[in-house]
Design a protein around this ligand. Structure first.
Ligand SMILES: [Ca+2]
Length: 265
């Protein structure tokens, strides 16, 4: 009799375990880790200053702005898209290495690499309005219209208050289950963040709610740097929201491209 009781208890326990495990599995939303692959078509190509060590690229109200890096060659520029001519330029002090830029309202915000200092300029005059500090390296920056989104070369994106520059959130970016490091120049496009991954010719498309990579754009053969320097990688994504156009260029590239994305799988 005792043995029968034990058997019943074991059978009931095993059954309950299986049922509850099944319920847990059914309850879990499947995580879609399959990123969409994109290739590209070149819609237009334009000249680009081959001395520009591109670290930030944006289009705001139809105007192209660029930030360049290297000590002694760091600048903020207004550039004519059609000709590549530099229309206006602010040179940074030689102690700063320029990085990403974004526009918020009538102000341009520019990061620097290792100085932990950012600059805020008047969009028209390029006059310095204020400086701010941050505790990480500065790589890329963009905005969703309410907050700033910043990269520092790790797998993290940081959300910043656009007025106080305080960190108000942080997101770990993952490609499948693996952290995706080296997130560089950024661009917010239709609810997602497009990120150059340093030293590659690929752009990751990141869901900014989950941090999951939802797509990869492979731009491997879009440009062959004449110098062959491994530094001269793809780095610069600009989105013209008004015309729904995407532009890309790279460090010391002599061309800037308008591209169209084509899903391949
Ligand atoms: Ca950008």
């Amino acid at each position: 009799m005792k043995k029968l009781h034990l058997t019943i208890i074991v059978v009931v326990a095993v059954t309950l375990t299986i049922v509850s495990a099944t319920l847990v599995l059914l309850n879990q939303k499947p995580v879609d880790t399959k990123a969409v692959s994109y290739t590209y078509a070149i819609v237009n190509e334009y000249p680009h200053d081959p001395n520009a060590f591109t670290q930030g690229l944006i289009i705001n109200e139809g105007v192209l702005y660029e930030s360049t890096g290297l000590y002694g060659a760091s600048t903020l520029r207004r550039v004519d898209l059609e000709t590549g001519a530099v229309l206006q330029m602010h040179e940074l002090s030689t102690s700063y290495f320029g990085e990403g830029i974004t526009v918020f309202g009538d102000r341009i915000i520019q990061l620097t690499w290792l100085s932990q200092e950012g600059f805020v300029y008047d969009k028209q005059s390029f006059g310095l309005i204020e400086e701010f500090s941050y505790s990480t390296q500065g790589w890329g920056i963009t905005t969703d219209g309410t907050k700033l989104i910043m990269s520092d070369g790790t797998a993290n994106l940081y959300f910043l208050d656009p007025e106080t520059f305080e960190v108000i959130g942080q997101l770990a970016v993952r490609n499948g289950t693996a952290p995706l490091k080296m997130l560089n120049e950024l661009e917010y496009i239709n609810g997602e963040v497009y990120a150059n991954v340093w030293q590659t010719n690929k752009i990751a498309i990141v869901n900014i709610d989950t941090g999951q990579v939802t797509g990869w754009i492979d731009l491997t053969d879009i440009y062959n740097p004449e110098t062959g320097s491994p530094e001269n990688v793809l780095n610069g994504i600009a989105y013209d929201a008004e015309s729904d156009k995407i532009f890309v260029t790279g460090k010391r590239w002599s061309q800037l491209f308008q591209i169209k994305l084509i899903a391949t799988g």
